[in-house]
Design a protein around this ligand. Structure first.
Ligand code: PEP
Ligand code: CO
Length: 454
């Protein structure tokens, strides 16, 4: 099917729409110059990788694959190093193997990385001791230190972000291309935490079944599991800074339309998903698969009037794999909201992939004012989502986590029973939202794996 750009769309048409959550750059000329340089740089991903991911997402929407998407809330430039990247890839690969085993489906692995450097903030300014400065909007925009110079949005940081994204992707491509296969082998996993759980026996059984399955398959085929799944790792980030996204959106030889070549799978955040806004206008014109976050700020009785124009803008042709809706209602609200979302989508007659982000609806503050999330709330939202989809004759086709491969203490609960008192200090490293640590992430995968296809 020939697909040109949709009517009245151009690479600049978003500029006539309200663009929320964009930094206020003090120097407009510098922004123009930085974006112009960015537009000359080579792509970070290719159109054929993007199309391949779209095909796989289409299969996930049909129940033939499952999506695992995860990574930091906000990547930091300082996290662009061997240890952090390796740890993130390792936990995602290990979770994916657990999910393959539990769901009996091939898992699509998508990192929130290689460009997750910009954040929408609830408030544009932050006040401390009577001093007001711009909020920290992610490393692509400004720096976290509470100082005037650090917080001033600097357009040249877009180039530093592109470079970090490029370094990250280069290393990941090398790792998944070979030499990282051992991570699939449960005998190399860090499983010290398992003994702390009352479910220890179940976890041990699962790991030993996995080890047997991997060994059996390798013996049978003579191919290592690492080799079998070598190419299957994709990148994603929130498509927030439209100058950055536009500068890396290109026409590709011998293909129709425009591709955002900064990432395989951009998503539109909850705060910028209104159909009349600049983000939806920009993203409707590109050929990548798209995610859209949907949260409780839209009430069930409003969801139909939110979804219809959104689908008309982003998913008019019902192209397989094109649209993923990432719902993030929170454990307390998912039962009220999700059935209405499923129904609203169904009434459009189009197919989407439904994914649950069980992180963003479950954020709370401790008495000490630390932002955190409970392991059990995250699990509960996932379990409810699986069940609600099933009851609505729909299907949960993927999960979206904020996680890290490091041993941080940002979320409470899990096998080691982290409490509010364990948070803060050295182990709390996120500058924005709290992430599951290595152990919590692996345990979460083990707990949901079997339920998805049960
Ligand atoms: C995020 O994914 O970090 C985020 C800001 O999510 P949401 O748009 O769902 O609030
Ligand atoms: Co977040």
């Amino acid at each position: 099917m020939k697909r040109n750009s949709p009517s009245s769309w151009s690479i600049d048409s978003w500029r006539d729409r309200p663009a929320l959550h964009q930094p206020e750059y003090p120097d407009a000329d510098a922004l123009k110059e930085a974006a112009g340089e960015l537009a000359q740089f080579p792509p970070l991903v290719t159109s054929w990788e993007i199309e391949r991911l779209k095909e796989r997402l289409a299969e996930a929407a049909q129940g033939q694959r499952f999506l695992l998407q995860g990574g930091d809330c906000a990547e930091q430039f300082s996290g662009c190093n061997s240890d952090d990247i390796t740890a993130k890839l390792k936990i995602l690969l290990q979770m994916s193997l657990v999910l393959v085993q539990g769901t009996r489906l091939p898992v699509i692995r998508v990192g929130r990385l290689g460009g997750q450097y910009a954040k929408p903030r609830s408030s544009a300014c932050e006040t401390r001791d009577g001093v007001e400065l711009p909020s920290y909007f992610g490393d692509n925009v400004n720096r976290p230190a509470f100082e005037e110079k650090a917080r001033r949005p600097d357009p040249w940081r877009l180039l530093r972000g592109y470079e970090r994204a490029s370094l990250t992707m280069n290393f990941i491509r090398a790792l998944v291309g070979g030499g990282f296969a051992d991570l699939h082998h449960p005998e190399y996993w860090d499983l010290g935490w398992v003994e702390h759980s009352p479910r220890s026996g179940d976890y041990q059984a699962m790991v030993s079944q996995l080890a047997d399955a991997v060994q059996f398959m390798e013996t049978l085929t003579g191919i290592s599991v690492g080799d079998l799944s070598r190419v299957d790792f994709f990148t994603s980030h929130e498509g927030l800074l439209l100058e950055y996204e536009a500068a890396l959106t290109r026409v590709v030889p011998r293909r129709d339309g425009w591709y955002n070549l900064s990432t395989h799978f951009p998503w539109i955040g909850m705060r910028t998903a209104a159909a009349g806004g600049a983000h939806v206008e920009f993203f409707r014109g590109i050929r990548n698969p798209l995610g859209v976050k949907v949260g409780p700020s839209i009430e069930p009785h409003e969801i139909k009037s939110f979804i219809e124009p959104l689908m008309d803008a982003l998913h008019p042709d019902d192209e397989p794999g094109r649209l993923t809706l990432i719902h993030r209602y929170g454990a307390a609200k998912v039962a009220d909201h999700l059935p209405a979302l499923v129904e609203a989508v169904r009434s459009t007659g189009r197919t989407v992939l439904f994914v649950c982000d069980p992180m963003h609806g479950n954020t709370r503050s401790t008495d000490a004012g630390i932002k955190t999330r409970r392991f059990d709330d995250i699990l509960m939202e996932l379990e409810q989502s699986i069940e609600i989809h099933r009851n609505c004759d729909s299907r949960l086709g993927g999960v979206h986590f904020e996680l890290t491969g490091e041993n941080v203490t940002e979320c409470t609960g899990g096998a080691r029973g982290l409490t509010d008192d364990d948070l803060g200090g050295e182990g709390y490293r996120s500058l924005v939202d709290p992430r599951l640590n290595y152990e919590q992430a692996l345990e979460m995968a083990m707990l949901i794996a079997k339920r998805i296809n049960a």
